[in-house]
Design a protein around this ligand. Sequence first.
Ligand code: PG9
Length: 624
Amino acid sequence: LWVLAFAAFFASAPLVCNAEGSSAMALPADARIGDYIGRDVMIPMRDGIRLHAQIWRPASASANQKLPMLMQRSPYGFTLERLQQSFENEYKELAAEGFIFVLQDIRGRFGSEGEFVMLRPKATSSKQIDESTDTYDSIEWLTKSLPDNNGNVGVFGISYGGWTAAMATINPHPALKAVSVQASPEDMFLGDDFHHNGAFRLQYGWEYSAALETDGRTLNPFDFGGKDVYDWYLQQQSELAKQDQLHLKRPLPTWQNFATHPNYDGFWKEQVTTTRLSAKVSVPNLIVAGWWDQEDFYGPLKIYEHQEKGDAQGRNFIVIGPWNHGGWARGDGKTYGPIELGSATSVFFRSEVETRWFRHWLKNEGTLDQAEALVFQTGSNQWQRYKAWPPREGVSRRNLYLREGGKLSFTPAKSGEPASFVSDPASPVPYRERPIAPLFSKESTWPEWLADDQAPFSRRSDVLSWSTEPLTEDVTIVGDVAAKLFASTTGSDADWVVKLIDIYPADEALPPAMRGRQLMIANDVYRARFRSSYEKPQAVPANQVVGYEIDLHSASHVFKKGHRIAVQVQSSWFPLIDRNPQQFVANIFEAKPADYVAQTHKVYQAGKYPSAISLGVERPGKLP
Ligand code: PG9
């Protein structure tokens, strides 16, 4: 169980590592899973370093049958236990097609030589190496050395593995015929694992770097000693910058990079995925995202949007399904948390979308009937096919206004007092109901947290709520969602967390877990110091109304008749996000306990300050 929970979190690909941190460096001589037989190879790179990979070939394929290769490149190791799960889930439908699987440890990880660098920067001279050159050199060796391959290679993977798949498309090897970049991060300062809009993702940042940055051969979850991690993080009295020295007695390279790069500088910018990719899409790419991806939702949508500009040949596609991080690679996808999805969405994706994709490009078989954007509409549980994402045809942009008295309406108010609350860093709003478990523990339900009921938070005095009356007809939204917030603080910095919520009716006909549930449809946090520039943060002028435009990304959702649309605004989300001291300090990683002060925040809701959520509404009939 421990293994499964850890696995579930670390993406996609069920990662397996036992409590002692066993690694995945050599397969037994008779390694076999179902029809597949595995063996190890060491592949030489241009700089002499050798990278470890496992080659899995179907035993039933005749000796001289030429098969295409599907490759994954990961920092997490491929143990036999992990692969057993993968062959039952992620690879199941692809294995039935008879691809050769090549599973490679990236540099410095598990069986591979060399040094690991988190999201390794792009090589700047022909003498340097990066993940793109390592993929190129691997494909070159594989196509020449593996008997009976058909010379066609596909690269796919989730999250870190999705990012390495994206890197494969830079100066690609001619044998690379298609990729599927799944839940890849795009920008670690603006929207993916480590920060959102400059606000630091404390729990993920700490637990991920502590678990990963060991000796390169193990994954070891940080030991919180059984504590509710909310308390553990709150009780850290030293500066965040010193947390690794204090608890692990050594600097964690990734943690130190967080502490020394608190702003959007060259360190973060050079990691941005799309600035590295070729402007012209040459390798067909099936980009995959999950609506409830707790780690990298920003990435795949931004990568798709960016690559569209260079996609004259129509090779850039997107699929957005009802999944958490890598959820399409696990199980059948009939539910997400307590939400029934009406069909086996993951099986559908793997068999009807992903397998067709690679069959078409690597075997030249089958027709590719791939929609430009294949999108699961939540609320109605329907797959929709669009010619563009976000779709604009038949969609009107509308503002949903936050009004006095907790009312939410598509009509603005002429007058009304601001709503106000005290935000106290000594008692930040928990992002989940407590106790909160470590991310990589058997108690962890991190992959499902975005389905958590938001009702308990609406009862706190430091969470503001607005809602419509029960809807008299369905309201369908599609495309971009943004918050336009007019707000003030008595301090000189603040975080603004905005959540768009679907409130289910307390209807006996619904499953008990859904009755009265407040389900998040879109959300994000914004750190006010970055309102004019992510490079140069600035203090917020105290007691002045400031306008913020907060990207809540996108949605495709039907708020059903009888439901209510709601919005919550709060100023902390702990320990998902680190605490904002609420008075400006140059670097929050170096803030001292006394720097954290309670402040009064106000959200304006009328006249020239009409705070609102901007939505794309389909067929706006009678809107509340
Ligand atoms: N979200 C994980 C990650 C990707 C890239 C960098 C750091 C973390 C993952 O699941 O791989």
